[in-house]
Unconditional design. Structure first.
Length: 63
């Protein structure tokens, strides 16, 4: 049985880091998207995919 995720059980410092990451993930994704369009290397595409998945996880509060 899977336990539900509750962000309030986390320590305060970890909640603050999570909040800061959630604020900065979208600008980093935009920057990486522009960089991927200009210089499309395999690593850039994989990094952009990982960043988008991380942004989705923050949006739906999976992390």
């Amino acid at each position: 049985m899977r336990r539900r995720y509750n962000p309030y059980i986390l320590p305060p410092w970890l909640r603050k880091i999570r909040g800061v990451c959630a604020q900065f993930i979208i600008p980093i994704c935009v920057f990486q998207g522009i960089r991927t369009i200009l210089f499309p290397f395999t690593l850039d595409v994989l990094l952009l995919t990982a960043l988008i998945l991380l942004a989705i996880a923050f949006h739906f509060e999976l992390l």
